[in-house]
Structures are given as C-alpha cells and as structure tokens.
Design a protein. Structure first.
Length: 189
C-alpha cells in the first residue's frame, strides 16, 4: 500500500524518529507549501552522503538525457539522491518523461531517491504513478499550529541569543511561515 505521512519539518528533520514507512521505502516524495522545509527534510532523510540536485541541476540531467538517451551512471547508481523538481513540469512533456524514466531506473536496487515538490506547487502525481506503491512514500509537510508556532518562535529567539519575550504574538502572524516569524523577531531585536 502507498504510505502517506504528514507533519512539520521538525518532525522529519531530526525532531522525532522517522516513521517506518519512510525508513523502509526507497522513493520518498516530499510535498508542502513554499517555505515549509521540503528541501531540509529531504536532505535529512537522504543522509549526509546524499547527492543533492537543484531544479537547475535536474534540468541539466534531463537535457543531457535528451541528447544521449541515457543518464549519467553516477546519478543512476548513487545510493541516495535528492531531486528538486523543476517548475512547470506539466508543461514540459519531454522533461516529465525523462524524469519518469530516471525514477523508474532508481526505484529498484535499494537506492534512495527523494523528490521535492517544485516551489510552484506543481503536482507530482505524474511522477509518483510511475513508481510502484510498494517502493514509494509521501511526506506531506505543514506549518505548525497552536503551541507549535510559539515553540518555533522561542527556538528562533534562542538561536539568535535574544530574549524569548520577542516571540510573543508571532503565532498570530498571517500568513504564518517560518520566514515570517524569523523576520519579525529580527525586526524586534
């Protein structure tokens, strides 16, 4: 069965043990709104040896594939790869097909692949469906709510070495985001 887990970036980037489905599946898709920590989570799950490819790097890999009809062996065989999905993939059928091919190649053999949703929020369903459900898991990230927002603001104050009183009221910022809270605390301090 496909695995779907949801939570904040802190829960998946070292705050808690990873769910078994995320630990055991080789293909992990990381989704969520802009600024929620998709890349941070993917890199954490991938581990320190993971090869990280920005969306521009991924487009370069796709362009090379269209010329040679094969992927660089180092990308195919690397034990762990984090891919930032390029924007507007739905409007690029050749790029989509190439990326689908890469995911199919990497799905077997115990190689770990983490795919981050593009900042445009382009859906990843066309990529997910080429990978057997037994190989894949989906992490749906969200921003914290309630006391989790306050805990994050206090943690930022601690990182900045300022009084935790600067965190007061930041849970009500709209629209709330990690960047908005950090900017507000920086302004106050």
């Amino acid at each position: 069965m496909p695995a779907l887990v949801s939570g904040t970036s802190q829960e998946f980037a070292g705050g808690k043990p990873l769910p078994r489905s995320i630990r055991s599946r080789t293909m992990v898709f990381v989704l969520g709104p802009s600024g929620v920590g998709k890349t941070t989570v993917a890199r954490s799950i991938g581990g320190p040896g993971a090869r990280y490819l920005t969306s521009d790097d991924v487009l370069g890999v796709i362009n090379a594939f269209t010329k040679t009809r094969k992927f660089d062996t180092s990308i195919e065989m690397h034990p762990a790869v984090v891919l930032e999905c390029p924007c507007f993939l739905g409007r690029r059928p050749a790029a989509l097909a190439a990326l689908q091919s890469l995911l199919q190649i990497r799905a077997g053999g115990g190689r770990r692949t983490l795919v981050c949703e593009a900042e445009t929020g382009a859906p990843l369903e066309d990529l997910m469906t080429v990978v057997h459900p037994g190989y894949r898991a989906t992490v749906m990230l969200r921003f914290p709510v309630g006391r989790g927002r306050k805990r994050y603001a206090v943690r930022v104050c601690d990182e900045l070495g300022v009084s935790s009183t600067y965190a007061a009221g930041t849970e009500s910022i709209e629209p709330w985001s990690y960047a908005a809270v950090r900017a507000e605390i920086n302004t106050r301090s």
